[in-house]
Each structure stands twice: as C-alpha cells, then as structure tokens.
Ligand binder design. Structure first.
Ligand code: AMP
Length: 191
C-alpha cells in the first residue's frame, strides 16, 4: 500500500507516519527530514536549501523529486508513506510517474483536516517544548517562518486536495482529535 499524508504544517503527518511505520512495516518518506539531514551533514545540496527552508519557503521541485526517486528504487517493504511530499502539482505528477516506473501505484491520499489556529498553537508549542527540554527548536518553527509555511501550503499544496479528489484517490480525516483517534480514522481510510 502506498499512501500520501496531506495537510498543513503541524497537522500531525509525521506523528501518524511513524506509527504506520511501526505497525505496518511501511517506509516513511519525509522530504522535510531528508532535507534537514542534508542541511546538518553540510552537503552541497544541504547548503543550497538551508536558507530557503529556514525562511519557510518550498525548495525546488527538482531537488525533492530527486530525493524521492532515489528512495523508491530500494526495498518497498509494506509500502511507502509520503509525508510532506508532494507539495506542488508538478511533484504530484512526478510521483505518479515514478511509482508507475516501479510498477507501483498510489492507493490513497489522506487529507488531515485541522483548524489554522490549532496549527499555529501546535507549532509554536513544539518550539517552546524543545527549548524547555534544553534543545533547540526547528529553525522554521517560529512565527515569521510559520506564516510563510502556511501561505506556501495554501498557495502551492492545497490544490492537491482537488487534484486527488478528481483522481478518486482522496480520503479526508479529522486531524484535530487525540493522536489515537486520528490513528483510528486513518486505519479506517486505509481499509
Ligand atoms: P516539513 O518538515 O515537511 O515541514 O518540511 C520542512 C521544509 O522543508 C519545508 O518548509 C520546505 O522548505 C522543505 N520541504 C519539505 N518537503 C518539501 C517538498 N515536498 N517540496 C518543497 N519543499 C519541501
């Protein structure tokens, strides 16, 4: 089974993806995590994307499609969970083509619906918790970058909801509940 978790920053995509990895032996492909790894390891690509990411804007389609392409070629285990990818219509088309090349297909895009005020609270809360625990917050978990990330979501990513609806591949879940409740809704959407 290959699925997309679709939703704005702070919707809980990463949390749900990691539970699916543990319980269904799926592979989480988070382009955000891959890009942050490239940033910390200081690769040429990491250096190139650092500023764009910290500002909260999207990196180029070419970069993220390249990252995903590499990962699709290996062991497919229980299937892929695309987390934070695709984020543009061009990425969505590229994903369909890449899956087809691998003899795979997308089963469902799960839209995690949340209220914008909750997102802002969650993200700024996540940053405050990280700092309170003696760590550092994600460079883009601040009010300024968050505004840009939300705008990028509404301008560039939210059209994917209509795109997957039109393809007959969209299911929506309420992402506002407790982690376990959202998990149960996702399990239902995967049946
Ligand atoms: P995330 O962890 O998914 O919130 O991603 C963090 C940041 O990485 C985003 O704000 C973008 O700058 C970049 N990023 C992650 N995934 C993508 C993508 N699919 N397309 C473009 N930029 C991305």
């Amino acid at each position: 089974m290959n699925i997309i978790l679709l939703g704005p920053p702070g919707a809980g995509k990463g949390t749900q993806a990691s539970m699916l990895v543990d319980e269904r032996n799926m592979i989480q492909l988070s382009t955000g995590d891959m890009l942050r790894d490239a940033k910390t390891s200081g690769t040429a690509m990491g250096k190139k994307v650092a500023e764009v990411m910290d500002r909260g804007e999207l990196v180029t389609d070419e970069i993220v499609i390249g990252l995903i392409r590499e990962k699709l070629e290996g062991d497919k285990k229980g299937g892929f969970i695309f987390d934070g990818f695709p984020r543009t219509l061009a990425q969505a088309d590229a994903l369909a083509a890449l899956l087809e090349e691998q003899g795979e297909a997308l089963d469902v895009a799960i839209e995690m619906q949340v209220n914008d005020d909750v997102l802002v609270e969650r993200i700024l809360g996540r940053a405050a918790e990280a700092v309170a625990a003696g760590g550092t917050a994600r460079a883009d978990d601040n009010e300024e970058s968050l505004k840009i990330r939300l705008m990028a979501y509404y301008k560039q990513t939210s059209p994917l909801i209509g795109y997957y609806y039109a393809k007959g591949q969209l299911k929506s879940v309420d992402g506002l509940g407790k982690i376990e409740a959202v998990k149960a809704e996702i399990a239902k959407a995967l049946k």
